[in-house]
Design a protein around this ligand. Structure first.
Ligand SMILES: NC(=O)c1ccc[n+]([C@@H]2O[C@H](COP(=O)([O-])OP(=O)(O)OC[C@H]3O[C@@H](n4cnc5c(N)ncnc54)[C@H](O)[C@@H]3O)[C@@H](O)[C@H]2O)c1
Ligand SMILES: [Zn+2]
Length: 440
């Protein structure tokens, strides 16, 4: 089995100051600037289509020499999401739910509402309640247990959170805690943003998908019958606490779904991480704790950098959606719940990479390596048979990334780890990719 080459046995906490070097205007259409890791590091915050700089140099986390924070602490890492006054830490490591101080330092007030679901409640609610109250009996913890499933990520279920908060007379100085996967995180975050116009909020993600993606960056919300995630808010948590031990109960299919998003970071901006993943996929699938911690840390660092530069998705943040336009079409076409999000994203990334190759923007080795790594992770590399060219086209036409009737896509361009978000591509390449991956 490949060995994870992650920093281990220390509590590492690292930040890098990034000084903006240059700026340029980013047209919202036909944006073909190649975005690489070094580009991201050079940019300041993006606003309304124009890349501008933050008044202060932006600090982003980066892998650096581990530093002992607490001599007696367990193996863990801290990644900082730097958003000025809305900055927060992501704690990553095994056994973190046994370190009450990590959570308690971010609880405001004495009252906490834990939002979770029927699957996670028997597994982790007691542990979280103990972590919240250990050595601090003045804290009272309420909980609301929601039904499990994407189909419940709606207004009716959201109201159950407000019902509980209002019935138990929570006030502004309470803290909402999301304990679960992305569905719980998105709903609890939105509830926290809206309750009394905003209360404190902590994320305890328990799926790999939530640990590497949905709990980081502040996108919260619910679905509308006419579309996914259409109602929501940007709302950042006080902290994200990732106890990697919780992954031990996660079904294999859900683990693989999260790995699709991990691979995505390698493809769009982190070639070295992609290479690490190629070597360490067996360790990840075997749930090797240090391999998981490292993959989560690198993923969070990548996402934190992008979010720090473009919190509200004016441009750069859209690159996190590699494969998602094709993927959403698959999720919708196959019927929600049939294909997991990461599975659809995996097949979608294969299609985006195929199209990039047809455009002549990447060489064949990138395409082959993408297929290999996704297959290694037991992820699908083709859409389901029922997806037709028309089904793809109809769903992609209503994608959020359509601007003025032009479908903008995230495509790879250049060496591994570089991508573009652009509407400036040859339409034939898109048609050819769709025909290559659909039976009709
Ligand atoms: N906000 C964002 O930026 C963002 C990003 C990506 C995805 N999302 C959203 O996230 C959601 C998908 O998240 P997900 O993949 O975590 O799905 P999920 O929340 O539905 O969780 C998947 C399943 O695993 C179960 N589960 C969770 N943790 C477990 C554990 N430790 N042990 C055993 N079972 C466990 C859940 O109960 C559920 O049945 C979607 O709604 C998507 O829109 C949001
Ligand atoms: Zn995704």
């Amino acid at each position: 089995m490949a060995v994870a080459s992650s920093p281990s046995s220390l509590h590492s906490h690292s930040k890098t100051s990034v000084t903006p070097r240059h700026s340029f205007s980013s047209p919202s259409r036909g944006f073909v600037k190649i975005l690489s890791r070094s580009d991201f590091c050079a940019f300041g915050r993006v606003r309304a289509g124009t890349l501008r700089f933050h008044a202060n140099p932006i600090k982003v986390s980066a892998s650096a020499a581990p530093v002992m924070d607490k001599p007696d602490s367990r193996v863990s890492t801290v990644v900082d999401v730097d958003l000025g006054t809305r900055s927060y830490p992501i704690y990553i490591g095994p056994g973190l739910l046994d370190e009450p101080d990590l959570l308690q330092r971010h609880v405001h007030g004495k009252r906490v509402l834990v939002v979770t679901n029927t699957t996670i409640e028997p597994l982790y609610l007691d542990k979280v309640t103990k972590a919240l109250t250990h050595g601090n009996e003045s804290i009272s913890v309420e909980s609301v247990i929601l039904p499990d499933g994407e189909q419940y990520k709606n207004m009716e279920t959201l109201m159950k959170v407000f019902d509980k908060a209002i019935e138990t007379r929570l006030d502004r100085r309470c803290t909402f805690v999301a304990l679960g996967g992305g569905v719980i995180g998105d709903m609890c975050g939105f509830a926290a943003a809206a309750f009394l116009r905003g209360v404190n909020f902590i994320q305890i993600p328990t799926t790999l998908m939530a640990m590497v993606d949905s709990s980081v960056g502040g996108k919260t919300g619910i679905n509308h019958p006419l579309g996914k995630n259409l109602i929501g808010a940007f709302y950042q948590p006080q902290c994200v606490l990732v106890d990697t031990d919780t992954l031990n109960t996660l079904p294999d299919r859900e683990l693989a779904s999260g790995i699709a998003e991990v691979v995505k970071y390698g493809l769009i901006r982190d070639a070295a991480f992609f290479e690490w993943l190629e070597k360490n996929m067996p360790a990840l699938l075997a749930r090797d704790p240090s391999a998981l911690s490292y993959a989560i840390k690198r993923s969070c660092e990548n996402k934190a950098e992008v979010v720090s530069l473009d919190e509200k998705e004016s441009g750069l943040r859209a690159t996190l959606n590699l494969g998602h336009t094709f993927g959403h079409a698959i999720e919708t076409g196959a019927g929600y719940g049939q294909w997991l999000h990461g599975e659809a994203v995996a097949a979608g990334m294969v299609m985006a990479v195929d199209m990039s190759f047809r455009l002549g923007w990447i060489d064949e080795t990138i395409q082959r390596r993408t297929l290999d790594i996704l297959q290694q992770a037991n992820l699908p590399i083709t859409p389901p048979d029922m997806m037709t060219v028309d089904k793809f086209k109809n769903t992609m036409a209503v994608d959020k990334k359509v601007a003025d009737g032009l479908l903008r896509l995230i495509l790879l361009k250049g060496p591994l780890g570089n991508c573009v978000f652009t509407g400036d591509y040859d339409r034939n390449a898109l048609d050819e990719t769709l025909r290559a991956y659909c039976k009709s």
